[in-house]
Design a protein around this ligand. Structure first.
Ligand SMILES: Nc1ncnc2c1ncn2[C@@H]1O[C@H](COP(=O)(O)OP(=O)(O)O)[C@@H](O)[C@H]1O
Ligand SMILES: [Mg+2]
Length: 225
């Protein structure tokens, strides 16, 4: 079943007086339970594409479908609900809150979802333990290594038990060993039946994915969706 799809998506940004077209007619279909890698040169539109798949940014043209429903027709409440309950996003630069410890960072999506504090913290703790950070609950981002911050970001993306996890170069800033650990974690999530869409430059990540979507100059170059 098609879980997430982009049809004819174009994205333009104003750049001074000019307009640049970053995505130039992208068609993508992600099926339930797939592990898909998005690859392509720097500047080819991978992050822009992932943000549109995650309903964080709207296309200039074309449509996003979630379970076949066109997302652009959804109300703001429905969109907020989609982001709060069904999608998990791992940002390239982690986007952790500097003043919050790992536990509160990982629990943050549950605050937005209106979950009571005790339950938030319990669920965040379970996930941090799962990513191997049970001993770092009280550390702030500045007191964590790059790999540990990435794991907090992954725990935060998973805390609302999303069906789809979207990750932007999750191993990009990590050494090889830490990257392997994060990759194993993604494989586990995939085996549990979660749908994963991962932007990556890493052949190791692409090898484990079931399918690779290649972007070049804002277009999918293959293989066909
Ligand atoms: N908000 C924006 N305004 C103007 N240009 C942007 C914006 N976001 C991205 N771009 C440009 O779009 C191009 C593709 O960006 P991006 O999707 O981040 O590529 P990738 O992730 O593949 O490196 C880049 O040239 C970038 O500078
Ligand atoms: Mg990018």
């Amino acid at each position: 079943m098609s879980l997430l799809a982009l049809h004819g998506v174009r994205k333009r940004f104003a750049l001074g007086e000019q307009e640049v077209e970053i995505l130039r007619g992208v068609d993508v279909e992600i099926r339930e339970g797939e592990f898909v890698a998005i690859m392509g040169p720097s500047g080819s539109g991978k992050t822009t594409c992932l943000e549109i798949l995650g309903a964080l940014s709207r296309p200039s043209e074309g449509s996003i479908l979630f379970e076949g429903e066109p997302v652009e027709e959804w109300s703001d409440d429905e969109l907020a609900d989609l982001r709060a309950h069904r999608l998990g996003f791992v940002f390239q630069t982690f986007n952790l809150m500097p003043r919050m410890n790992a536990l509160r960072n990982a629990a943050l999506p549950l605050l937005y979802a209106g979950v009571p504090r005790a339950e938030r913290e319990e669920r965040a703790r379970v996930l941090l333990e799962r990513v191997g950070l049970g001993h770092r609950l009280d550390h702030r981002p500045a007191q964590l290594s790059g790999g540990e911050r990435q794991r907090v970001a992954i725990a935060r993306a998973l805390v609302n038990e999303p069906r789809v996890v979207l990750a932007d170069e999750p191993t990009g800033n990590l050494d090889e060993t830490t990257g392997e650990e994060i990759l194993s974690l993604f494989e586990e999530l995939h085996e549990e039946g979660r749908t994963l869409v991962v932007v990556t430059h890493s052949d190791a990540v692409a090898e484990r994915a079931g399918r690779v979507i290649r972007l070049r100059d804002g277009r999918v170059t293959g293989p066909p969706a």
